[in-house]
Design a protein around this ligand. Structure first.
Ligand code: MCA
Ligand code: AMP
Length: 505
């Protein structure tokens, strides 16, 4: 019985007692041990009444057990919905309700409210802690260590990943077995991964980058993974000599470069550093090569599309560009209104089509139709150009989005919360360059007539509504927002005015 992701990523390793997850401060896990654990979890999901197609939402810390939940979902045909651990319970409530999740995994101590919310919504809640304990793994203790994978069609949904839009409304991107597997297979070959590789995994596992790109490629190639709970500079420096590859957001690379102990010698065993999720500055690219002799390989992707382009493994890794469309991915730079391809060198909307492109937004056919053309091209919202020799460069975004340390922040989301605060008439949220996070959040507030705004009160007011990473790092109070003749807020002017605000952060 076929189950595309199981057959390609798990089945080859069922009896392999080779290292899979290398833990820095705990016991390592072999491929076989990991899959036995995932099998027990898959039985547990079934025993809890989950059926193929049901959704499981997980807001849990990064751990081998958390990764085994993902594998268990694939085995049992359950749709995996990972959530940023920084989200407040109010943010998480939306995802649970919108997805109709049947089971929620959370952390016991920090999320009492979430447990209560689940009870209110009639959704089953179980715990999984960072150390691998909790009510869910406990329920799995005596389950069998083999599980016959549920039959799945390539078009069946494997995961639901939420991503926001300019309206501030989060939409669940439906990613199928075919989407995830096709991208994994292409990238494994393109970046020449083999079972000899040892990958440093310091990314979170609730986003495409850490969950699908890093984990799925390692599984597909049989590589071992140095599985770190988060990006801790000292820890990464200490494991570098044992590794051959690393994937990260630009902040990883700027933080490494800021440390004098990061040397060419530490990288002697490394063959590949990959960067993505946010623009890598040309100066970081250059400084990294000067320090280590390695040219970082930059690639470009999205939650809805997985990876679209990559600089070449062999050949010129051109800084400031995101390389070539991946094999099987069609990419055009188009007129935003018509979708017609523009002449080479012109700036336009990047659109992509291929087996990597998602199936649509969960129960939002109108939103899907706005972004996914009838001919299968997805409108990315990224503006770019293609050079004569085929390199794609992202020059900006048509969507109002801030990318901070690889996390996406939609200004509308933050503005709606700020506007609800007492004394705030309206607000405008913009991104300003930040030396560590690439961009960081600035809030421009306009008080109601006669109101005196106290920024610390505003900060307190939004903290239970918005994840910490979305909260503004700088506030400005103005009498009014700059607007054009049509009454539209001129964010460009605000970005220009506050572009140096984080310069010395
Ligand atoms: C943590 N904080 C942040 C961020 N991360 N604030 C803004 N932006 C962030 N990215 C908050 C913390 O809550 C803390 O708040 C304060 O900032 C300082 O935390 P720090 O210890 O410096 O942060 P960290 O724990 O070291 O995390 C920084 C990080 C992390 C390593 C850059 O954010 C990270 O791993 N980012 C990767 C995100 C990622 O995987 N993106 C892929 C998306 P307080 O002030 O309370 O102390 S997938 C995607 O985009 C597409 C598909 C693609 O192409 O890959
Ligand atoms: P997400 O919604 O989290 O999937 O974020 C996807 C967005 O991240 C893309 O639409 C781009 O705007 C941005 N992005 C990803 N990789 C790169 C890159 N290498 N350079 C510039 N922007 C990137």
């Amino acid at each position: 019985m076929p189950n595309p992701l199981f057959d390609a990523l798990f089945a080859p390793h069922l009896d392999r007692e080779t290292p899979f997850l290398i833990m820095d401060d705990a016991d390592d896990l072999t491929h076989g041990a990991f899959l036995r654990e995932a099998s027990r979890y898959a039985h547990t999901l079934v025993s809890m009444g989950l059926e193929p197609g049901d959704r499981l939402a997980a807001q849990v810390d990064k751990s081998p057990e958390a990764l085994a939940v993902y594998a268990a979902c694939i085995m049992a045909g359950v749709v995996f919905l990972p959530l940023n651990t920084g989200y407040t319970h109010l943010e998480v409530d939306y995802f649970i309700e919108n997805s109709g999740a049947k089971l929620v995994l959370g952390r016991a101590d920090s999320l009492e409210e979430l447990h209560r919310d689940c009870d209110r919504m009639g959704v089953r809640f179980e715990t999984l802690e960072a150390d691998g304990t909790g009510s869910f793994p406990e329920a799995a203790t005596f389950q069998p260590t083999q599980f016959a994978p549920v039959d799945r069609d390539p078009e069946d949904i494997a995961a639901l990943l939420y991503t926001s839009g300019t309206t501030g409304l989060s939409k669940g991107a439906m990613l199928t077995h075919r989407n995830l597997l096709s991208n994994t297979e292409v990238l494994t070959e393109y970046w020449q991964f083999t079972s000899e590789d040892v990958l440093i995994h310091a990314l979170p596992i609730f986003h495409t980058h850490g969950l699908f790109v890093a984990t799925n490629i390692a599984l597909n190639s049989g590589a071992a993974v140095i599985f770190l709970p988060r990006f801790d500079l000292a820890q990464v420096l200490s494991v570098l000599p044992r590794a051959t590859t690393m994937m990260g957001v630009p902040t990883f690379y700027t933080r490494l470069l800021d440390h004098p102990g990061f040397t060419k010698e530490l990288c002697a065993n490394m063959r590949l550093f990959v960067s993505g999720s946010a623009p890598l500055l040309a100066e970081t690219h250059r400084a990294f090569e000067d320090r280590t002799g390695h040219r970082i390989l930059e690639r470009y992707g999205m939650t809805e599309t997985n990876m679209n382009t990559s600089n070449p493994y062999d050949g010129e890794r051109r800084s400031g560009t995101v390389g070539f469309p991946l094999p099987g991915v069609e990419l055009k730079v188009a007129d935003p209104d018509t979708g017609a391809a523009l002449p080479t060198g012109e700036v336009g909307m990047i659109e992509v089509r291929g087996p990597n492109v998602f199936k649509g937004y969960w129960q939002m056919p109108e939103k899907t139709a706005e972004e996914l053309r009838a001919d299968g091209f997805f409108i990315t919202g990224d503006l770019g150009t293609i050079s004569e020799d085929g390199y794609v460069t992202i020059v900006g975004r048509s969507k109002d989005l801030i990318i901070s340390g690889g996390f996406n922040i939609y200004p509308k989301d933050v503005e709606q919360t700020l506007d609800d605060q007492p004394g705030v008439l309206e607000s405008a949220v913009i991104g300003a360059p930040h030396p560590d996070f690439g961009e960081s959040v600035v809030a421009v507030l306009v008080p109601e007539q006669g109101a005196m705004l106290d920024v610390s009160e505003i900060e307190g007011g939004i903290s239970s509504h918005l994840a910490r990473f979305k909260q503004p790092r700088h506030y400005v109070v103005l009498d009014e927002l700059p607007r054009n003749t049509m009454g539209k807020v001129q964010k460009k002017r605000l970005r220009k005015a506050y572009k140096d605000i984080f310069k010395d952060s």
